[in-house]
Design a protein around this ligand. Structure first.
Ligand SMILES: Cc1cc2nc3c(=O)[nH]c(=O)nc-3n(C[C@H](O)[C@H](O)[C@H](O)COP(=O)(O)O)c2cc1C
Length: 201
């Protein structure tokens, strides 16, 4: 499918077939996200692919019961990662990992205790930047999904604190968007868009 056709065909899909999505297709969507551009090539994102029905149910409950979350066979949780903006902190954590002092999981669980209050505050300053950049990766996933015959729906209306808790995220990683993914059970009419004359300054 050519790019303009993919852009024209993409829709917010809110009804999914139960058919599973192959690992190959999930990997292709993640590859599209990985290749997204970001300011100073910071790549401030992390992705959690949820297929486990129990976890999906919890995410559904945290999304004000948006049923498409429950119905989709896969939900990709796109997160911002403010640590991408601190070279020194990243190096310090890498050292602990490489020396076998802590595992990735330990760092996620205890990370907060490894940061000084000032460092934590410093990272919070980058939250907006990280969220802005993750949006680009999210749309790469949505377009890749469309080109693979899949549907997605951006979901921003959800309890971010609850989802962070469900994933056991450290303070510097925060959920930005939920993206249910699956084979569409519907092809909605295109939503109206403003004409070019109205959006040109
Ligand atoms: C940042 C963002 C947040 C959105 N949040 C939600 C949401 O919480 N729930 C939902 O069902 N759709 C959500 N949508 C989907 C929009 O409603 C949809 O993209 C818009 O109506 C245009 O329709 P289209 O995507 O089919 O062109 C969101 C879309 C974006 C880009």
């Amino acid at each position: 499918m050519d790019l303009m056709e993919t852009i024209r065909r993409r829709r917010a899909i809110r009804k999914f077939k139960p058919d599973p999505v192959s690992t190959e297709k999930i990997d292709l969507m993640l590859e599209a996200a990985r290749l997204a551009p970001s300011g100073v090539n910071s790549q401030p994102w992390k992705f959690k692919v949820v297929t486990d029905p129990a976890l999906k149910e919890q995410v559904f409950l945290a999304s004000k019961n948006q049923y498409h979350i429950k119905q989709a066979p896969v939900v990709i949780i796109v997160c911002g990662d403010t640590m991408s903006y601190s070279r020194t902190l990243k190096e310090r954590f890498k050292e602990l990992l490489n020396n076998g002092v802590l595992s990735q999981e330990d760092i996620h669980k205890m990370g907060l205790n490894l940061l000084t209050q000032d460092e934590e505050k410093e990272l919070l300053k980058y939250k907006e930047n990280a969220a802005f950049n993750t949006a680009i990766a999210t749309e790469h996933i949505a377009l890749a999904a469309t080109s693979l015959g899949l549907g997605t729906c951006w979901i921003h209306l959800f309890d971010k604190e609850r989802v962070a808790e469900l994933l056991g995220l450290p303070s510097w990683i925060f959920p930005v968007t939920l993206l249910p993914v699956g084979y569409p059970e519907e092809m909605p009419e295109p939503k109206p868009r403003k004409p070019l004359s109205e959006i040109l300054l």
